[in-house]
Design a protein around this ligand. Structure first.
Ligand SMILES: NC(=O)c1ccc[n+]([C@@H]2O[C@H](COP(=O)([O-])OP(=O)(O)OC[C@H]3O[C@@H](n4cnc5c(N)ncnc54)[C@H](O)[C@@H]3O)[C@@H](O)[C@H]2O)c1
Length: 411
């Protein structure tokens, strides 16, 4: 099979994380890119010999490009998908799909009108142990899903950020960036169709927010939510990005990206940010520059090392089913059945996030409908937006755009 030729829009953090996947999977090839950061484009040309362009429009017009990997800031996804689809390009867009349901609708319509695939990833619902848990559920072995519990505690809010990433109106805060992972996982395991959401968000640090009428509006750094599913299952999901407890402690000290963590090193996000003296909103520009400098092509960029030894994950979770509890781990799925417990190992692929390329290649080359398509991801965004709305109104929010996941076994 000839490699699928990818044009990259946005050579930032997300691209930096996907780079080992693109480089190590022979089914894809990086051929072109666009980013306003000249240093990133220069490095791309040096590393891949590909073309770089001044605009996404020019990138999408490159006849050599077959798929656009869209890793620009969330608030640009809708406009950029429209441009890519207008040029007849398939799109692999980073999560979250967009920041409003109207934008999601427009993107889905643009892709359908152009007859191109719209795949949303990477999200941690692509992690092999999550897909393995879904396969166990699909097989009928453990009976119906009854309850899901998922937690994640990180230093998300104290990693260097662009100003928009701390502004809810532009998709800032943990709901858009992190619930997009957690809700996608929980929907996949719970059968997809959420009926109602009740949630509370926490926005507790005024130094991590955006200018708003009446003063700084802190970004959401935490949430807790109850979700109810068609069929009777329910889920509780919790996220805290305030940088104290690190839930990787409950994941065998394996980090989100599958690499071992040193248990002796305490969460470093707050201290690192404080050390730069740019934590306050007035230093937002410097903080954004700090983030860019660590990204691909930047002054402090460090290329990825060897592939991590474990699977990626998104915190501890338990799926309680009729006849067993399932616990995805960085090594596979622990199954706690009626007579005992056992680990079902998930073989580790040589290429991290290979599942994203599996889905992309199957869709574009073989016409297999992707699981993480626009409609699936719109449903995840509907739940994410409901977290914010429920917290604001104090009311339960009913869902209207939910869909079941397509079967992943036997496809
Ligand atoms: N799946 C993951 O693990 C993961 C991790 C990080 C970010 N993301 C997602 O990736 C997206 C980008 O976030 P990020 O953290 O990489 O941000 P970032 O700021 O690190 O990178 C964004 C890049 O896009 C570039 N850019 C801005 N406007 C552009 C334009 N008009 N055309 C081309 N490039 C443009 C910026 O210069 C920057 O290099 C977000 O939607 C985020 O949610 C996903």
């Amino acid at each position: 099979m000839k490699p699928l030729k990818i044009g990259v829009a946005g050579l930032g953090r997300a691209f930096t994380l996907m780079l080992p996947t693109f480089v190590d999977d022979a089914r894809v090839q990086l051929v072109a890119a666009t980013d306003p950061r000249a240093d990133a484009c220069e490095r791309f040309r040096a590393d891949f010999g590909g073309h770089t362009y001044d605009t996404i429009d020019a990138l999408c017009a490159d006849p050599d490009v077959e798929v656009i990997y869209l890793a620009t800031p969330h608030q640009l996804h809708a406009e950029h998908v429209k441009i890519a689809a207008g040029h007849g390009q398939h799109v692999l867009v980073e999560k979250p799909l967009a920041i409003s349901l109207a934008e999601c609708d427009a993107m889905i319509e643009a892709a359908a009108a152009a007859g191109v695939h719209l795949i949303v990833g990477h999200s941690h619902s692509f992690d092999a142990p999550v897909l393995q848990a879904r396969c166990i559920i699909e097989s009928g072995e453990v009976g119906a899903v009854r309850m899901i519990t998922a937690q994640m505690y990180t230093d998300f809010l104290y990693r260097p950020r662009r100003p928009e990433e701390l502004d809810t109106a532009q998709g800032g805060g943990v709901v858009f960036s992190q619930a997009a992972h957690q809700i996608d996982i929980v929907r996949l395991l719970g059968g997809g169709k959420v009926t109602a959401v009740r949630a509370q968000t926490g926005a507790w640090d005024p130094s991590r927010g955006a200018e708003a009428p009446g003063g700084i509006r802190p970004a959401e750094g935490a949430y807790a939510a109850m979700l109810w599913f068609e069929g009777g299952a329910f889920a509780s999901v919790t996220y805290n990005g305030y940088g104290f407890y690190d839930s990787d402690e409950a994941c065998e000290w394996v980090g989100e990206l599958g690499a071992p963590k040193n248990p002796e090193v305490y969460q470093s996000g707050r201290a690192r940010l404080a050390a730069t003296k740019h934590a306050a909103a007035k230093d937002a520009l410097h903080e954004a520059q700090l983030k860019a400098a660590r990204n691909y092509g930047g002054a402090t960029y460090v290329p990825p090392g060897a592939a991590p030894p474990h699977h990626q994950h998104f915190g501890p979770m338990v799926i309680s089913c009729e006849r067993a509890d399932l616990r995805p781990t960085p090594r596979g799925v622990m199954v706690y059945g009626e007579t005992g417990k056992a680990l079902r190992p998930a073989p580790r692929a040589a290429v991290p996030r290979i599942e994203v390329i599996d889905e992309l290649v199957a869709a574009v080359r073989e016409g297999v409908a992707p699981l993480h398509n626009g409609a699936w991801s719109r449903a995840t965004m509907e739940v994410c937006l409901a977290l914010i709305e429920s917290s604001r109104t104090g009311q339960e929010v009913r869902m209207q755009h939910q869909i079941a996941p397509r079967r992943i076994t036997g496809v």
